[in-house]
Structures are given as structure tokens and as C-alpha cells.
Ligand binder design. Structure first.
Ligand SMILES: [Zn+2]
Length: 462
């Protein structure tokens, strides 16, 4: 019988570290030892002597190590519809794009997912999510294509299996051919959870139940979606309180605002996270805090669609878990999470709390630990601590972009997107020197361009 394999170790030394643990512990020069897929030790100065099975030593001089970034809201398929409807508000933008989105198929979604994931991974994202809600009839195995793309890229992943069943004929926004039936959506969601959700500590793939939004989903799909998620023991995700138009829509259709509507359909709880939450009054924020409902803050998308500024400082003060989201790249063409760290900080300073709204360390926390919290994975990822999974990034801060910025955390949040010298997911290198290791980056770019052109051609024919 072969002896059980001892865990292989990677030792990183001479590196500045922002752990983002509960005390915000930082080291000006420290070490991280990774054994297998876990962080074995972390601290000031060099690594312990005499470690066995060391397969790699990394000199982190000139770098800051942080937890890998966690993205909590995205729509991968939009990677191939970027740069369209650039001067619209949310509802006009949706109406302009739905007819194109309704023509997506499996090859398009795969290429778009690889583009979205590749862009994020290059920029230090180690855990991604995709809220996918467009499942046109006969379009193939879209969920399988997305999950496969994340697996190929080596990134930890949550698929929020979305759905829409309220089309134009029922007073909703999407066209008829872009929606599923109520029963069809619920059955397909349950099947996706059964097939792909992994509840283990070091899961690489998880699935959440995620009807799209109040204005594209029936009340019954919301209610039964929540029941389904709780029966299966998975998380719940949707869009909420994004615009004033949505608030008006909810009042007209349901006789109440979005948060009260969510409460009445079982959608507040510590197993729920919601994208945007821009238009929240004090009692909405208190309801989120009381129930532990999380928020995916998407400042770039909110700015592009002129939706408004989410009250992140008030949410944090009330104890609401808040993470960051890129949102779909049809409303945030950059598709990288660094922009969200920076914009969360800058845009919130334009709100009521001015320069006290957020600081660089709070912004980094939103993009790491906060994201882990809203995805329900704070015990496993989101901070650099012994025993947690080895998802971490080494940012190069001694190059032209950052060498003269006084403080390492300030450098990566206020400064330009810092080059990623090394990114580990589950202890495995995924990015080195700014390049993806597991896929051919140029092939990903070519396929995305080709599928974007094919989609534009097909959409033009209808
Ligand atoms: Zn969204």
C-alpha cells in the first residue's frame, strides 16, 4: 500500500501582508506557508525552519499579499454584449438588450463565461459568481457550460441559477421568448443544485437559487424559489432595490416597496444576498441587519445606469454583510473587481458621509471577507488565517504604478489596478505575472469576439 501523500508546501516570504482578519492584522514583512489547499501558518518575519515537502519558495519582496478577491454579482453572458446601450437607465437598457440576450446559446455562453472569468482572475479574483437567468428554449446546457468554464479557469465558483417567468404579456419587462415557465424554472434549478452543488468546506462549485428580479419574476416563483432553496440547503440570490423605477413598479404591482415585498415572499434571511440595494430607507436597512440579509454592492454598474449610490456606510454601521460585485459587463465593460474596490470608496464619499464614508481597508474588506460572508463562505475564505483555504494574491507594488505610494493597502485600492504576480486558488497557481495559467488567454479573447459577432448577426436577423 502506498503511504498517504504528505501535503506539498509553498512558502512565501519577505512579503507585506494584509490578512483582513477580525483585527485587520497586517505585517510589514512576513511569511505565508501553504500546505496542500490550506494556509498552514502566517505571521511576521521568515517562515518556520525545517519545513518538509517544500515544492516552491516565493520571494515576495516588493509585494502585498491579500486574500483573493471575491466577486458576488455578475452576469457572464453579457461579456459578448459589451458597449451597447451605453447611455440608458436600467429599464431602457434592459428593453434595448433583451431581444439580443434572448438569442444566446451554449457556445456563446461558454465563450462569454471564459472571458468574464479570465478578466476577473487576471485581476486577483479567486472566487467568482455568475447570476445567470436567461435560458432560451433549445439553447443547450448553459449552466453546465458556465460551471465548466469556471473549472477550466481554476477559480472557485458559485452559480446563482436564475430564472424569469414574468414576460411582457404578464406586465413584466422581458419578451415572451426569453422566459421559462414557473414549473420549468423550478425543476431546472433543482436539477442544477442536485447535479453541481458541493456543500463541503473546500468546495470549488456551489449553486444558489436566484430568480432574476421582482419585475421579471412572478410572486409564486419568488415564494417557491425560497422554499426550494431552504429545502435543498442552498443560498438565495436576486436583484433588489436597484432603481427608483423598480420601487415604483413594486408599489404599483404589489402595493409595497421592494424590501417589504421580499419579506412577504420569504426573501429576507441570513441565507440571502441581494444585488444593488441602492434605494433603501432606514427601516429597509434595519430589516436587512435584523435578518442578516447580505448585499452585493456594484458601484460601477450603478453609476453607468445612473441608478444612484447605495448607502454602504449605513449598512455596515447597522451590521449588514456587504460584498462587492462587478455586475454584468453590459453595464460595466471593465469586468474587473479592482474597479469596484476603488469606486466603492470614491462613490460612497460623494454620498452623505463624505470623506468618512469608507477607507482603503474597509474597501479591501468589502472585496474579500465581505464577499465571503455574503456567499456564505466566511469560515473558509475571505481572510488569510491558518486553517483557511489558500486563496491569495501577491500584488506587485514596487513597479511604476505603485512604488511611490506611501502605504501598500492604499496603493492597491486608491492606485491603478496592481499587477498580479501570483494568484493561488485552493493552493494552486491560477495566475502568474499577470497571465492566466490554465487557459490560453488569446484564444479566450478570440472566441469571445467571434461569439459576440455571431450573436449580433443572429439578433439582427430577428
Ligand atoms: Zn445584475
Amino acid at each position: 500500500m502506498a503511504p498517504s501523500a504528505a501535503p506539498q508546501r509553498t512558502v512565501i516570504e519577505n512579503v507585506a501582508i494584509a490578512t483582513v482578519d477580525a483585527e485587520d492584522t497586517e505585517y510589514a514583512s512576513g511569511h505565508i506557508v501553504v500546505a496542500g489547499n490550506r494556509i498552514e501558518s502566517i505571521g511576521a518575519g521568515p517562515a518556520p525552519q525545517g519545513l518538509e515537502h517544500v515544492v516552491r519558495r516565493v520571494d515576495g519582496t516588493g509585494h502585498l499579499a491579500t486574500p483573493g478577491l471575491v466577486n458576488t454579482h455578475h452576469h457572464f453572458y453579457q461579456w459578448i454584449t459589451r458597449g451597447l446601450a451605453t447611455d440608458h437607465n436600467l429599464f431602457d437598457w434592459l428593453v434595448a438588450l433583451y431581444p439580443t440576450w434572448a438569442r444566446i446559446d451554449e457556445d456563446m455562453v461558454r465563450a462569454a463565461a471564459r472571458g468574464s472569468l479570465g478578466m476577473m482572475a487576471r485581476g486577483g479574483v479567486t472566487t467568482a459568481m455568475d447570476h445567470h437567468y436567461v435560458y432560451p428554449k433549445g439553447s443547450g446546457d448553459l449552466s453546465g457550460a458556465i460551471i465548466g468554464a469556471a473549472r477550466d479557469m481554476g477559480v472557485r465558483f458559485t452559480l446563482a441559477r436564475g430564472s424569469m417567468d414574468r414576460s411582457e404579456k404578464d406586465g413584466g419587462l422581458p419578451p415572451d421568448f426569453a422566459v421559462e415557465s414557473l414549473e420549468g424554472a423550478l425543476a431546472a434549478t433543482e436539477e442544477t443544485v442536485e447535479e453541481h452543488h458541493d456543500a463541503s468546506f473546500d468546495a470549488m462549485t456551489q449553486v444558489a437559487v436566484a430568480p432574476c428580479s421582482p419585475f421579471s419574476v412572478s410572486t409564486e416563483l419568488m415564494t417557491r424559489g425560497a422554499e426550494l432553496a431552504r429545502r435543498l440547503g442552498v443560498r438565495l440570490h436576486t436583484h433588489g432595490s436597484e432603481t427608483v423605477e423598480e420601487e415604483k413598479f413594486c408599489h404599483e404591482l404589489f402595493g409595497k416597496g421592494p424590501t417589504d415585498y421580499f419579506e412577504s415572499t420569504g426573501w429576507l434571511g441570513d441565507d440571502v444576498w441581494m444585488a444593488h440595494c441602492v434605494h433603501m430607507n432606514d427601516s429597509d436597512i434595519a430589516a436587512f441587519a435584523r435578518t442578516g440579509t447580505g448585499v452585493a454592492h456594484c458601484p460601477s454598474s450603478n453609476a453607468r445606469l445612473a441608478a444612484g449610490i447605495a448607502r454602504v456606510p449605513d449598512m455596515l454601521a447597522a451590521g449588514v454583510p456587504v460584498g462587492l460585485g462587478v455586475d454584468g459587463t453590459a453595464s460595466n465593460e471593465s469586468g474587473e473587481l479592482h474597479t469596484e474596490l476603488r469606486n466603492a470608496l470614491l462613490i460612497n464619499r460623494l454620498g452623505a458621509h463624505k470623506e468618512a464614508a469608507l477607507n482603503a481597508r474597509q474597501a479591501l474588506r468589502l472585496g474579500t471577507y465581505g464577499g465571503a460572508q455574503v456567499l456564505g463562505r466566511a469560515s473558509q475564505i475571505g481572510s488569510l488565517e491558518a486553517g483557511k483555504l489558500a486563496d491569495l494574491v501577491l500584488w506587485k507594488i514596487d513597479g511604476i504604478g505603485h512604488s511611490s505610494i506611501a502605504d501598500p493597502v492604499t496603493a492597491i485600492v486608491f492606485g491603478a489596478a496592481a499587477p498580479v504576480t501570483l494568484s493561488l486558488v485552493d493552493g494552486e497557481p491560477v495566475v502568474e505575472h499577470g497571465r492566466l495559467l490554465k487557459v490560453d488567454e488569446d484564444a479566450v479573447a478570440r472566441a469571445a469576439r467571434d461569439e459576440a459577432r455571431r450573436l449580433a448577426r443572429i439578433a439582427a436577423e430577428h
